[in-house]
Design a protein around this ligand. Structure first.
Ligand code: FMN
Length: 495
């Protein structure tokens, strides 16, 4: 079932015991982050939190509650996307992209429900007054520092909006992109706009600067239905509409409306909307530092300034946020959902991939385990180079390839197998390419080296002349026999 907006999702979380309401005043200045970080590090990701009495940086109380960690468990992440398990969507995507021509009439009939489902999902204009525009505040009537925006780590440059949908359009085609890019609140009507250079928003900025110059409209929606709130964090190929993807996940359209001051389409169910522009001719401003999802501070860097000219909101908005920092935090589940749902897309071009996994300690771009069905010599290297050529996967710093029988979701198993199988000089290769802007170790910002590890079993055709040992496995008969008596042996874990 698809939730229509954030408050409906919060009601579900509350009813199902997945939300803790924090009723005492808590400061947005570090205290909320400390409570949230401890919560997120509880087994399974801890509950979602609703801070009902946020205390602002100046010590006054805000009447806008803060919802945080709403995606912070597998159960909540799946529920946000309207399913019990995100694998359901992975299977739907695999079905959708299956390059198969239906055989005969029966095959065509079987495709009809799939087509009907797709016809339902394009975004649809909201009928009546959009909830996100119940209150309209023009220049001089709003002050962004009155929003309960968290400052999360001691050396942060200030408070940062962390769960936004940043909406921009291509200067020529008008095709929209929505990205989740953090925004440092600089003052009452301006923020930073931290779209990294490899991302959609930054591409729009560069194109606009080249083709038109001057002010590029930007609208930021905060809150909405939970599936739509997730989509800007997904690395959709350029030109694929986030609202369409949101509709696919929801199995019903994302309801939209026009922004008041820009020709941009926004989610009608947002809680708060910031409308404005970035001036592509204006000098960039220093953004950061920011305690980032890498577990390190991202140092100050120049980024565009987002000038806010109009704020619209619901009459009683809720402000959603997340906290990033040392893993694991909420982005394990946001990124994890992406990992699962994008596997079929990776397989479309690299079909020998059985599974892949980006463990939390690798913060997505530092480490990727891949298991493959190896059928010819050197295939592990083909796979890693394929991944380094694919969208944001190109930023992966270390890729470890193992054979199909290894469960890469179990990183201990994947490391054990790969480390046992490598002769480092023979099986490790370095190459170069773009690295994530957040990588603090590359010699040059955003450009550095990558390491590929071929942890597969080596073949004679690959020049391996010794005998390769089998993995140790107990015989199935003995296992079955012990299975039958195991419960009677009284062997239990001890402390
Ligand atoms: C909580 C969170 C915060 C993020 N912050 C940023 C950010 O500040 N800058 C950035 O470029 N990407 C950030 N990302 C990653 C992007 O949202 C992600 O790469 C997404 O694919 C970008 O969309 P795009 O491909 O349409 O640009 C963040 C992701 C999450 C989950």
């Amino acid at each position: 079932m698809a939730y229509q907006n954030l408050r409906e999702f919060l009601r579900y979380l509350d009813r199902s015991g997945q939300l803790v309401r924090v009723r005492q005043p808590v400061s947005v200045d570090l205290e909320m982050a400390e409570i949230t970080d401890r919560t997120m590090k509880l087994p399974g990701g801890g509950p979602a939190l609703l801070f009902e009495r946020p205390v602002l940086m100046d010590g006054t109380e805000s009447d806008i509650p803060v919802a945080i960690n709403i995606f912070g468990s597998w159960r909540r992440m799946a529920a946000a996307l309207g399913v019990d398990d995100v694998e359901v969507h992975a299977r739907r995507i695999a079905e959708l992209i299956k390059p198969e021509i239906p055989k005969g009439l029966w095959g065509k009939v079987q495709m009809l429900p799939k087509l009907a489902e797709l016809a339902r999902v394009p975004p649809r204009p909201f009928k009546g007054r959009p909830p996100c525009q119940e209150v309209v505040l023009r220049e001089g009537e709003f002050d962004l520092t009155r929003l309960p925006v968290l400052k999360t780590w001691p050396d942060d440059g200030g408070p940062f909006i962390t769960l936004p949908m940043v909406i921009t359009a291509d200067a020529e085609t008008g095709v929209q992109n929505i990205g989740m890019y953090r925004m440092q609140v600089f003052g009452p009507d301006s923020t930073g706009m931290h779209w990294q250079q490899h991302k959609g928003g930054a591409g729009h900025f560069r194109a606009w600067k080249k083709q038109r110059g001057g002010r590029m409209p930007v609208v930021v929606a905060i809150g909405g239905d939970p599936a739509t709130m997730y989509t800007p964090s997904a690395p959709l190929p350029p030109g694929i509409d986030e609202f369409l993807f949101g509709g696919f996940l929801r199995r019903e359209p994302v309801y939209t409306c026009k922004a008041l001051t820009a020709d941009l389409t926004i989610p009608a169910q947002a809680e708060i909307v910031l409308e404005g522009y970035v001036d592509t001719d204006e000098e960039l401003a220093i953004e950061g530092p920011f305690g980032d999802h890498t577990g390190f501070y991202t140092l100050e860097d120049p980024y565009p300034v987002f000038h806010v000219t109009t704020v619209t909101m619901r009459e009683d908005p809720v402000y959603p946020a997340t906290l990033v920092g040392r893993p694991p935090v909420e982005d394990v589940y946001l990124g994890g959902a992406t990992e699962r749902m994008f596997l079929p897309l990776a397989r479309l071009t690299i079909p020998e991939i059985v599974d892949y996994h980006m463990p939390p300690e690798g913060v997505f771009h530092n480490l990727v385990f891949v298991s493959i069905k190896k059928e010819y010599p050197g295939q592990a290297f083909k796979v890693m180079h394929g991944l380094w050529g694919m969208g944001l996967m190109s930023l992966a710093k270390v890729i470890v390839v193992v054979d199909e029988w290894i469960d890469v979701q179990n990183t201990a198993e994947a490391w054990w197998y790969a480390l046992g199988n490598i002769d480092p000089e023979r099986d490790v290769r370095f190459t170069k390419g773009p690295v994530d802007d957040l990588d603090h170790a590359s010699q040059i910002p955003s450009f550095g080296s990558k390491m590929g590890i071929d942890g597969t079993k080596k073949w004679a055709q690959e020049g391996f002349v010794r005998r390769w040992p089998d993995l140790i496995e107990m015989s199935p008969e003995v296992k079955a026999k012990v299975d039958r008596v195991w419960d009677r042996l009284g062997i239990e874990p001890i402390d």
